[in-house]
Design a protein around this ligand. Structure first.
Ligand code: ADP
Ligand code: MG
Length: 703
């Protein structure tokens, strides 16, 4: 790679973008393809043949030897199977570089090993991946060479979706349809599409690779299962936005370059609150592309970290006692001609369309708060949500002073006549430029915050796909818009009807609005009084995915069938139990083979010291003191270990699915905490030379 590159030179160079297509495809073919991309017209195989040929030639020029249908099964990450561009050799043994329209459009991976949640038996292995031409193909360079990656959706032989993309695309279409109905009522006849725009801020930790490899918990589970706090944590708050260390800066430089080449608009980077923690945010883009790009961001981070002898931890809670990582999902609604429907303007009180859309979203979030919470549930996030560092597990909406005031005018009098303005920022320094401040401050503690012209959903976990939260956001908004359009389309007097509807929505759903401190104990109490749910774990949240209310919502808009929902519920329960089991077994392995033996070695050392000192009549009280404490704690650890082993074995007798998940949540999590507590205390007492793995301090501060 050239030493000095400008972003403009490399941006998107590995993407089969619209510009590349325009220059390489015959005009008519390009136009046909554009119709599919923009208007959802079905793609004919003749067009696909020509596109495939052009895509192959372009990819080969970039050095590609293989292609893959890149898809997102229900594992939360992406999957791929590589095929070479290769025809069978002819009589003279020569081969051709081949890639047909059929291969572009459809592929059939053996799907039997992907989670399907009982939708199919394993003998029904057929599954198809189908080209999603609304997300561009790209060439990825890595140790395997260069591979043409074609974003695809993944369905079973009988048409059920087995992935994240199919329902996401369905939800985007539903939202488009219903939002268009609304804006037409307000006289907009020119916009052709309304699409969700998404920007996902990705948090992550970096640790030294050699140290990572010395910890089985990090290797097997992605987070630490033992570990005492170092003398310094994040209390000085000197890490957040602090100067970036050289080694980390050089990692950031490399991910940016890789991402830019892949057309990902990596824009913002900074140190996060915890030591060793950082963030990357791209510029927002079309929801479907943003979801794919976030997968790429995570893949590239992991890959580039290896090159720097670092390991990127995407787990939600790699270290107890310091902040975990999330993924803020910024979401807005934008028309094809660039109007953001969530833009309030300077005087939101007289922006009726905005107020309707806003109150529809309040209704959507209030009616489906549990479903939204569920969309952010994964095992890692259970350690984070509600932990005074991340939003609580209670869903609420932050609107800010200005909008809350407009809303309360609406509720009390039925009309809003004014909007609070920001005023001038006074720094007290004359040489600093004066500027107008925003009408509203931010609130970092809210799970769903209105931030100027978008909503920021802050619950999703750092390792998770953002497909689920966006499927839910798009669908619940579509439902609220559809209800509003149904009502308004029938109204005799539109003006009155719309005012009534805004007032009704605002009044009926005001309980979901909360502008205070979401981390406080008072809020938990207050939320209970308001009747808002507080689902503190994934296991409690899962059932809401297939509840009657959710099933009715999803089937109304053709997003999920009941069978698809139930299969996803099944997968989630199973995943939960499997992951907790892996964590428990990892703890057992570490405690029995390495940590307890280390403590016992230290006991022996202390006992020898006591004997030697006693022999020469010296005071052995210090050694004896430490020995007593180490022995006591080690015995406690050994007992806890035995309990954990017994309960892990029992868990395998509990029926797979909901029951086993609940068992793991109620029993194993507690057992694991019981084992961890004495061992973390021992780590603070046992001599450093005896401790068999890097400490939190080593991992967080020494990279
Ligand atoms: P922060 O929350 O850290 O202060 P920013 O305001 O910089 O963040 O934005 C965070 C993310 O939100 C970025 O990915 C940005 O592109 C995205 N974003 C900004 N405006 C919109 C919008 N209208 N719709 C969706 N995402 C947006
Ligand atoms: Mg943010």
């Amino acid at each position: 790679m050239k030493e000095k590159v400008t972003i403009a030179e490399i941006f998107g160079e590995d993407v089969f973008s619209e510009t590349v297509m325009r220059s390489r495809l015959p005009k008519k073919v390009f136009e046909e393809l554009k119709k599919t991309i923009d208007e959802g017209k079905e793609l004919d195989i003749m067009t696909a043949e020509v596109v495939a040929e052009a895509m192959k030639d372009w990819a080969i020029e970039k050095g590609a030897t293989h292609y893959t249908h890149w898809f997102q099964p229900l594992t939360g990450i992406t999957a791929e199977k590589h095929d070479a561009f290769l025809s069978p050799p002819d009589k003279s043994g020569n081969v051709l570089m081949e890639f047909s329209g059929k291969e572009l459009v459809k592929s059939e991976p053996d799907a039997s090993s992907f989670p399907s949640g009982g939708i199919r038996s394993t003998f029904e292995a057929r599954g198809y991946t189908a080209w999603d031409c609304t997300s561009p193909a790209f060439v990825r360079h890595d140790a395997a060479g260069a591979i043409l990656c074609i974003p695809t959706a993944f369905c079973s032989y009988t048409g059920e979706s087995l992935d994240m993309k199919t329902p996401l695309l369905r939800s985007i279409e539903a939202l488009n349809r219903e939002a268009l109905r609304l804006i037409r009522l307000f006289g907009n006849t020119t916009s052709k599409k309304v699409r969700p725009s998404v920007g996902a801020e990705q948090e992550y930790f970096l640790v030294d690779r050699d140290k990572f490899l010395k910890r089985k918990d990090l290797i097997y589970t992605g987070h630490t299962l033992f570990g005492a706090m170092p003398p310094k944590g994040q209390e000085l708050e000197d890490q957040y936005f602090g100067a970036i260390r050289e080694r980390v800066a050089s990692f950031m430089r490399d991910i940016n370059i890789e991402l830019w080449r892949l057309g990902v608009t990596a824009k913002t980077q900074h140190n996060e609150a915890a030591p060793g923690q950082h963030e990357l945010a791209p510029i927002y883009t079309d929801c479907n592309v943003a979801v794919d790009h976030n997968q790429l961001v995570m893949e590239v981070m992991k890959k580039v970290a290896e090159r720097h002898e670092l390991t990127c931890l995407l787990h939600e809670k790699p270290f107890a006692g310091v902040n975990g990582s999330g993924k803020h999902n910024n979401w807005s609604l934008v028309t094809d001609d660039g109007i953001n429907l969530l833009e309030p303007g300077d005087t939101p009180h007289d922006n009726i369309q905005f107020l309707l859309i806003l109150t529809c979203i309040l209704k959507a979030v209030d009616c489906h708060a549990e479903l939204l919470r569920e969309s952010a549930a994964n095992v890692g996030n259970d350690f984070r949500l509600g932990g005074n560092e991340a939003p609580p597990a209670i869903v609420s909406v932050f609107l800010g002073k200005q909008l809350e005031d407009v809303l309360s005018q609406l509720i009390s009098t039925g009309v809003a006549t004014s909007s609070i303005q920001g005023g001038k920022l006074n720094t007290g320094v004359r040489t600093l430029p004066g500027f107008m401040k925003d009408a509203t401050d931010r609130n970092r503690t809210s799970p769903f915050a209105f931030t100027g012209n978008k909503f920021e959903f802050r619950m999703p976990g750092s390792s998770d796909s953002i497909a689920s939260p966006n499927i839910v956001l798009n669908t619940i908004a579509a439902e609220a818009f559809a209800d509003a359009a149904d009502y308004l389309e029938q109204a005799e007097d539109f003006e009155t009807a719309v005012h009534d509807l805004i007032k009704t929505n605002a009044t009926e759903h005001s309980r979901i609005v909360f502008n205070g401190n979401g981390y406080s104990r008072e809020w938990v109490e207050e939320a209970k009084r308001r009747g808002l749910s507080n689902l503190s774990s994934m296991v409690e949240a899962i059932p809401y995915l297939a509840s009657e209310k959710s099933a009715a919502l999803f089937s109304r808009f053709g997003i999920f069938t009941k069978a698809e929902l139930e299969s996803r519920v099944e997968i989630k329960y199973e995943d939960y139990a499997k992951e907790i089991n892996i964590e428990a077994r990892t703890m057992i392995d570490m405690a029995s083979k390495s940590l307890i033996p280390a403590c016992l070695r230290y006991c022996k050392e202390l006992a020898d010291t006591v004997s030697s000192l006693t022999l020469v009549n010296a005071d052995a009280s210090a050694a004896r003191d430490i020995l007593t404490e180490v022995v006591t704690l080690t015995n406690r650890a050994q007992n806890a270990l035995k309990e954990l082993i017994r309960d892990v074995n029992r868990s395998l007798m509990v029926p797979v699915g909901k029951e086993r998940a609940i068992y793991c949540r109620e029993k194993l999590i507690k057992d694991m905490a019981e084992l961890r507590a004495p061992i973390d205390r021992l780590e603070m007492i046992v001599g450093k030379d005896f401790w068999p793995m890097p400490s939190y301090g080593d991992l967080l501060f020494e990279i």
